[in-house]
Design a protein. Structure first.
Length: 128
């Protein structure tokens, strides 16, 4: 594999799609788009903005699926930010909570860890 970002897709599992969608749209100041379900399994998916030609950027979606609830998984998705303090300031009013406030990670910038409305641990990263 070339020395490049190997991540191409992520999924954040949720229990309440509308609550989670509202949280991410508010905190990230973006619009999620419903994805069609090619199977008849009842899963719901709302995608983050994506451009299939982008390099070194992954997109993904919120997923509500029977048998796989939100929270307590071992993967953390970090969202890119100009200054992660901006998203940190929006998390609580959007219904989430702060796990670790903005902290320096040295030459790699700064990060915030938060919990969304579904209990998923997520991160925000910026160079500021």
């Amino acid at each position: 594999m070339k020395n490049q970002n190997p991540v191409v897709w992520f999924e954040i599992y949720v229990n309440d799609m509308q609550r989670a969608k509202k949280f991410y749209e508010k905190v990230l100041d973006t619009k999620l788009t419903e994805l069609p379900n090619p199977t008849d399994d009842g899963a719901e998916m709302f995608a983050f903005p994506m451009d299939m030609k982008s390099e070194n950027r992954a997109s993904g979606s919120l997923v509500k699926m029977e048998g796989f609830g939100a929270g307590h998984n071992s993967t953390i998705v970090y969202f890119m930010s100009e200054n992660c303090a901006i998203e940190e300031a929006k998390v609580i009013s959007a219904g989430g909570s702060i796990f670790k406030s903005k902290m320096s990670i040295g030459e790699y910038g700064a990060m915030v860890l938060a919990k969304d409305t579904e209990g998923n641990l997520i991160g925000f990263h910026s160079m500021q």
